[in-house]
Design a protein around this ligand. Structure first.
Ligand code: E4P
Length: 215
């Protein structure tokens, strides 16, 4: 499974990239707003740090405007793909952009039906939002597993990005189900490194090493 970070924070991206495990980055308008920057400046900076796909979200609401905005965003750097929110206008724009060789990440996916239509329109990625479905008492992981099953049935090229990941178990579920990618927030990535028995083990090994030096 490829690991993307879901943030627009440059320091966090630099830190996680330094671990050697980072395959790409996703942003959205809310993440950009948190950093008090603008989308274009931000994704350009990210493209100088990370050598992998970077999602930049369009905010247009008609197919024609989405195509125009998508072309502008993808022109910033070859690794940039255009995030479009699932709707009929975005399906039309996806068809047009993908036929020009511009990658689309169809976002705000909450059902396998939406994911199927996005793949049919030529989306390079679909982003099912696991956590936000859990938030309203539905089963985000079940939705993800249905999308994985549908895409496997038809061998779609579209990659599944498990999104709206809230905790390490969501990341594990994505990996167990065979999602192509999980886009994971910084704090969840940090939690994935840790295990109390690892910390305890390091402490004991260092203490024993000190003891053996004294012999
Ligand atoms: C996906 O690309 C989105 O940016 C993201 O995963 C949304 O997650 P949230 O529900 O934590 O806002």
């Amino acid at each position: 499974m490829k690991i993307f970070i879901d943030t627009a924070n440059i320091d966090m991206i630099k830190e996680i990239n330094s671990w050697g495990i980072l395959d790409g980055v996703t942003t959205n308008p809310s993440l950009i707003a948190k950093e008090k920057t603008d989308l274009r400046t931000c994704v350009k900076k990210i493209s100088e740090i990370v050598d992998g796909p970077i999602s930049a979200e369009a905010v247009s609401m008609t197919a024609e405007e989405m195509v125009k905005e998508g072309r502008e965003l993808s022109a910033i750097h070859e690794n940039i793909n255009v995030k479009l929110p699932m709707c009929t206008e975005a399906l039309k724009a996806t068809k047009a952009l993908s036929s020009e060789g511009i990658d689309v990440n169809m976002t705000l996916i909450f059902s396998p039906h939406q994911a199927l239509l996005a793949a049919k329109a030529g989306a390079r990625y679909v982003s099912p939002f696991v956590g936000r479905l859990d938030d309203i008492g539905q089963n985000g992981t079940e939705m993800l597993s249905q999308i994985v099953a549908v895409f496997r049935n038809y061998d779609f090229d579209t990659e599944i990005i498990a999104a709206s990941i809230r905790h390490p178990m969501h990341a594990l579920d994505a990996a167990l189900l065979g999602a192509d990618i999980a886009t994971i927030p910084y704090d969840v990535l940090k939690k994935m490194v840790l295990h109390p028995k690892t910390d305890e083990g390091i402490k004991f090994f260092l203490a024993d090493h000190e003891k053996s030096k004294k012999k």
